[in-house]
Design a binder for this molecule. Structure first.
Ligand code: MN
Ligand code: MN
Length: 314
């Protein structure tokens, strides 16, 4: 029995180490792209240029985007990515959140930063980073998730700001960005604990004290995900598009920009895409907007929880 146990433990250890290598590789790429883009982003820059630079660099460095580059400005808290032919530009004095996902063989690193062009909001950006650090600093295997959340909230409030209460950190699984447990940024009742061998993204969202502090769904939707894959499709265009999405993105979110580049015949493709949405093969994610239209800052890292120590992979 002992020998069997040892074999099992060795197997488990080997499995973890192999996976961890891929997480670390994804994390290195994500961190590098985040630091690079921070220096490039400027007022008046086209949003699509930011998205495509991030996604291009991820591919150049040997990873794949785990989701479209999110560029969310001011009161837009998350889930904006450029649609095809986006003409929007970074406004003056903007608060620009850039959220980057990289995967290597399905092992995902998720990280975000806020670039601030308004001196008024610099402290809020600093507080998001501080809250992220504070949350990570107390994480260890077995700690209750509500403790981590309370630490994040306390840090944000100590500086006189407010956490966004309905955006959370999350566990990460292979090819799954939001897997299992959530890590809210406000204290709450929960029996859930941080478990060793798991990967989590910690991501405080911070807004002004007099904001409502929740996000609502906006009218725009530019991020999609495959949720159904069965072959009742007869039309070639629809079949081809469905195959393309399944082969390239699997269960990960994607942008319409990523389809256009690869599939010709504009009209037929547009019909097929609309058809897949209406037949619920694809779901779309609404842009999240702070309910009182107050600016939001975000910071995010992905961590691997080992038996003894925590590795910040991004
Ligand atoms: Mn993220
Ligand atoms: Mn995340």
């Amino acid at each position: 029995m002992d020998a069997l146990n040892k074999l099992f433990n060795d197997e488990r250890k080997h499995f973890r180490e192999e996976n961890l290598k891929k997480y670390i590789q994804a994390g290195k790429i994500a961190a590098r792209v985040r630091e690079e883009i921070k220096k490039v982003v400027k007022e008046d820059m086209p949003l699509i240029e930011v998205c495509e630079t991030v996604e291009g660099r991820i591919r150049d460095l040997g990873g794949k985007p785990a989701f479209p580059c999110n560029i969310s400005i001011n009161e837009v808290a998350a889930h904006y990515t450029s649609p095809p032919n986006d003409e929007r530009r970074i406004p003056e004095k903007a608060l620009v959140k850039i959220d980057i996902g990289v995967h290597v063989d399905g092992y995902i690193a998720d990280t975000a930063t806020t670039v601030c062009f308004s001196p008024e909001y610099e402290e809020m950006v600093y507080v998001a980073e501080k809250a992220l650090e504070a949350g990570i600093s107390i994480i260890r295997p077995g700690i209750s998730i509500s403790k981590v959340s309370s630490e994040i909230q306390a840090t944000i409030e100590r500086y006189g700001f407010k956490p966004v209460s309905n955006l959370t950190g999350h566990q990460i699984g292979r090819y799954i960005i939001h897997a299992g447990k959530s890590i809210p940024n406000i204290s709450h009742f929960s029996l859930e604990r941080i478990t060793s061998g798991c990967v989590y993204a910690i991501e405080p969202f911070v807004t002004l004290k007099d904001a409502i502090g929740i996000v609502e769904d906006g009218p725009e939707r530019y991020i999609f995900r495959l949720v159904k894959y069965k072959f009742a499709q007869r039309q070639t265009e629809i079949k081809n598009l469905l195959n393309f999405i399944n082969e390239n993105f699997k269960t990960l979110p994607f942008a319409e920009r990523w389809l256009k580049r690869n599939l010709g015949r504009e009209e037929a493709y547009k019909r097929a895409f609309a058809e897949l949405i209406s037949q619920k093969y694809l779901i779309s994610y609404p842009v999240f907007i702070e309910a009182s239209l107050k600016p939001v800052a975000q910071a995010e890292h992905t961590i691997y929880v080992g038996d003894k120590d925590i590795i910040v992979i991004t």
